[in-house]
Write a protein that binds this ligand. Structure first.
Ligand SMILES: NC(=O)c1ccc[n+]([C@@H]2O[C@H](COP(=O)([O-])OP(=O)(O)OC[C@H]3O[C@@H](n4cnc5c(N)ncnc54)[C@H](O)[C@@H]3O)[C@@H](O)[C@H]2O)c1
Ligand SMILES: [Zn+2]
Ligand SMILES: [Zn+2]
Length: 362
């Protein structure tokens, strides 16, 4: 089968003919129909590194074509969406419902003693995040897959697996935003936009979005922001205080640059929460004054993958989309072929592009 292989750090994405093993245990063979370009894969390929050669791609949707002998949760013909959340289903965190905090996430991968899922000229090829979606086909553990309705279109379905789970989940799961509350979303990129959708579903009254590009702020309005602030031309802390009066109930940081995160803390009202999601620079983080935080009962929380439970949340967002209650079409700016990943990432630098999705695997 054809797959886009990253052979070494900085070596880009090159389509090659590689081999896919047969499914064993709880593995599912998926014929990929759509694969989103998330920024994290580009970071792995260009500066973070890891195992090479590797097939990346972790926003993946497709059709089940074969199942391993122990698979019970999906069947041939199902339409599925993958997620990078790996969980065992048996540790104390999984058993208490917090699968995103699994203590044994490697349970969804093959062991070192087993033959690899992917190989090229007889040598092993790594599979990014247990998914390897930049390929015509892939093998995924059933715990990393959720079934969605057949009528769900492929490109928006793929995006649910990372950007949507993260953005909407931060609002709905991690912060548990309540109707009537005020929310600030810093950074209206491919993830932050889904936080706007999450805030609408939660019934937030005030949804303020900050960004540094007017084009992104226009899109944020189309997604349902009640107020937008360009933090290059206005002081975002003053603007949020003017809009909310007493300060915000929840501030979500999708930017992850120290001065921006510090501004987020200053936007909070009494009892408010600041959620750290983006990592824009290596030193991303915040110094918190204990005195200010305790006298205002404020909290700072790191958020991994929107505290999502993928088996519950992926079908939920698909349902919200099919009911017309969640904008996913507005995320898909461009559809490309498997050979065009590098050009696709390049086009993400343009402020008019939200997300790029591979839908042609020929
Ligand atoms: N915590 C998690 O589990 C998790 C999961 C997925 C992604 N992420 C992270 O979430 C972040 C957002 O991802 P994305 O795909 O939306 O990225 P993106 O680059 O599309 O969005 C970031 C946005 O921030 C804006 N921005 C830059 N400087 C700003 C400033 N000073 N004030 C306000 N806005 C500013 C940019 O214009 C852009 O629109 C990334 O850092 C990504 O790595 C975290
Ligand atoms: Zn991602
Ligand atoms: Zn577990």
């Amino acid at each position: 089968m054809k797959a886009s292989v990253t052979k070494a750090l900085g070596k880009g994405f090159v389509v090659e003919e590689i081999d896919l093993a047969d499914p064993i245990g709880r593995e599912v063979r998926v014929q990929v129909q759509a694969s989103g370009l998330c920024h994290s894969d580009l970071s792995v390929a260009t500066f973070i590194g890891g195992e090479f050669p590797v097939v990346l791609g972790h926003e993946v949707a497709g059709i089940v074509t074969e199942i391993g002998p122990q698979v019970t949760q999906v069947k041939v013909g199902d339409h599925v969406v993958g997620s990078l959340i790996q969980y065992c289903g048996a540790c104390t965190n999984c058993l208490s419902g917090h699968t995103h905090l699994c203590l044994n996430p490697d349970a969804t991968l093959r062991t070192a003693e087993q033959a690899p899922r992917l190989s090229w000229n007889g040598a092993p090829v790594a599979q990014g995040m247990g998914l390897g979606g930049f390929a015509q086909e892939t093998l995924i553990h059933e715990n990393q897959l959720a079934v969605v309705p057949d009528e769900m279109p492929w490109a928006p379905a793929a995006l649910i697996g990372c950007g949507v789970l993260t953005g909407a989940g931060a609002v709905l799961n991690s912060a548990d935003v309540r109707h009537g509350q005020s929310v600030v979303i810093m950074g209206a990129g491919g993830v932050g936009l889904n936080a706007i959708s999450g805030a609408r579903i939660a019934g937030a009254d005030t949804i303020v979005v900050t960004d540094v590009e007017d084009g992104k702020l226009e899109r944020a309005k189309a997604f349902g922001a009640t107020h937008v602030v360009n933090s290059r031309t206005a002081d975002p802390v003053e603007a949020v205080r003017d809009i909310t009066g007493a300060g915000a109930d929840h501030v979500f940081d999708f930017v992850g640059i120290r001065p921006v995160t510090a501004q987020g803390m200053q936007m909070l009202g009494k009892g408010g929460g600041l959620y750290l999601i983006g990592v824009g620079t290596n030193d991303a983080g915040i110094d918190v004054s204990a005195l200010t935080a305790l006298s205002n009962s404020q909290r700072v929380q790191g958020v991994y993958m929107g505290s999502s439970n993928l088996k519950r949340d992926i079908p939920f967002y698909a349902s919200m989309y099919l009911q017309g209650r969640m904008n996913l079409d507005g995320l898909v700016s461009r559809e490309i072929g498997l050979a065009d990943i590098e050009a696709g990432y390049e086009s993400l630098k343009d402020g008019r592009t939200a997300r790029v999705v591979i839908t042609d695997f020929s």
